[in-house]
Design a protein around this ligand. Structure first.
Ligand code: FE2
Ligand code: FE2
Length: 188
């Protein structure tokens, strides 16, 4: 078992790494996408994830810690389980599932009793953007219904939700374990 400080450092470094991976993923998409409305929102999305990476980097330093280099590639795990997204609709669907997972993690963490105000503020700021991410991707998926069909979009979302649960239950269980340990410590 790790000390609360070690767990905190790991978890915040995990968030930082995830936000950097998200920024790189959406940055590449923003660079290659040609559909104007989606290109615009994807670019803002990429900029937000970059900002989130900075918010965590700063928070870790403000708390007197150093970010850990974690070798976690969330998106790679999804792709291993569900297969590579092959078109724009699939990319948006995988992103929607991923964003919902992220906001769930943040909201759970923010509910921790006695949470340091630095962490509370970072999560609150980031969650505002994450809500918009879910919103714009939902709208963009709606806009693709005529092209792909509602049923295919729904089944694609389900395929990635199943993959998400599998990835989380196996490869990414460490986050859940560490945050549970922190919750237990805070209650004592
Ligand atoms: Fe983010
Ligand atoms: Fe996001």
């Amino acid at each position: 078992m790790s000390t609360p400080k070690e767990n905190e450092n790991w978890i915040l470094s995990f968030y930082r790494t995830s936000e950097i991976s998200g920024a790189l993923f959406f940055g590449r998409l923003a660079k290659s996408l040609r559909v104007p409305a989606i290109q615009r929102d994807m670019t803002k999305h990429f900029a937000d994830e970059s900002q989130h990476a900075w918010i965590w980097t700063k928070a870790i330093h403000d708390l007197g810690m150093k970010p850990q280099n974690l070798n976690i590639a969330y998106q790679d795990k999804y792709i291993e389980v569900a297969g590579m997204p092959t078109n724009l609709m699939e990319v948006l669907a995988i992103t929607q599932v991923f964003e919902k997972r992220v906001i769930g993690q943040y909201s759970h963490h923010r509910s921790m009793p006695g949470l340091d105000p630095v962490i509370h503020q970072a999560i609150t700021t980031i969650m505002e953007d994450e809500k918009w991410h879910i919103q714009w991707i939902g709208d963009a998926l709606k806009g693709l219904e005529a092209e792909y069909g509602v049923e295919l979009i729904q089944s694609t979302l389900k395929k990635f939700s199943d993959a998400d649960r599998e990835v989380y239950a196996t490869s990414l269980k460490e986050h859940e374990d560490r945050i549970s340990e922190l919750f237990v410590k805070q209650k004592r």
